[in-house]
Design a protein around this ligand. Structure first.
Ligand code: DGL
Length: 261
């Protein structure tokens, strides 16, 4: 089925997921919505995150998407149950990968860096309760990081200092895994490694989301059968440069448009 896969995030963070998806599924067309105008979602109340997720979903469905990836931990943990119940297409979500980190930890301590919206969600509480009873978890709200990335300040001193403030205290607890619970954060991996010294395993969920997307497309007989080059359309409701800068190293052709939504 040659309809596109829809992907949305509060901004450009979900492109870290999009990259994994097109690597595993090069034959699929994609449409990505970056709701940068409303970022950060993680500092908004749950009801607002839900209504923004509904708005994004309806736009992607109106563009003919056959499956939607909620490439945002905050939107997944606050809205995916509602979306699955109310729309008749498959949804793939992303949650902080607490389970593998907890199972693999040797020191019995893991760090979780995520937004406030994710850390305070019911789904997060449920997963944490299930898998982390036997270990110490250090949860840290990454307040401010998403806004700096959206503002194009990925390599700034300001961001580096904020990240250091959030991560350094985790070292005192002897963590051996750091879970990245926000799709913007994989773009910070070089800085994180520098701050934590490289010995701590960083876990993000991009590859797992791509594998799950493939499995669900297969199961529903929705895999693309086309033989032409794939099209990747990006829609953003702020400046298009935010997307083109963060994707300046990709080798596929993409189109980026500014859209009011
Ligand atoms: N990329 C989003 C996530 O994974 C960022 C949330 C936000 O906008 O605060 O949670």
């Amino acid at each position: 089925m040659n309809k596109p896969i829809g992907i949305f995030d509060s901004g450009v963070g979900g492109t870290s997921i999009w990259k994994e998806v097109i690597k595993l599924l090069p034959n699929e067309n994609t449409i990505y919505l970056a709701d940068s105008k409303n970022a950060p979602y993680g500092e908004k109340p749950s009801e607002e995150i839900l209504s923004l997720s509904i708005k994004n979903t309806e736009l992607l469905i109106s563009k003919g998407c056959k499956l939607i990836i909620v490439a945002c931990n905050t939107a997944t943990t606050n809205a995916i149950d509602f979306l699955r119940k109310n729309y008749n297409i498959p949804f793939i979500g992303i949650e902080p990968a607490i389970k593998p980190a907890a199972l693999q930890s040797k020191t019995g301590a893991i760090g979780i860096l995520a937004t406030k919206g994710t850390l305070t969600s019911e789904l997060f509480a449920k997963t944490a309760f299930e898998y982390t009873k036997h270990i110490t978890t250090i949860e840290q709200d990454g307040e401010g990081l998403v806004s700096l990335i959206e503002a194009g300040k990925l390599n700034s001193k300001e961001l580096n200092e904020l990240l250091s403030t959030y991560l350094k205290p985790m070292l005192q607890f002897n963590i051996d895994h750091l879970v990245l619970g926000c799709t913007h954060y994989p773009y910070l991996i070089p800085q994180i490694n520098e701050i934590l010294g490289g010995a701590i395993k960083i876990i993000d969920s991009g590859e797992a989301v791509a594998k799950q997307t493939k499995a669900i497309l297969e199961k529903n007989n929705l895999l693309s059968t086309k033989t032409t080059i794939s099209q990747h359309q990006f829609c953003i409701n702020t400046k298009t440069e935010v997307i083109t800068e963060i994707l300046n190293d990709v080798s596929v052709v993409i189109s980026v448009e500014r859209l009011e939504f």
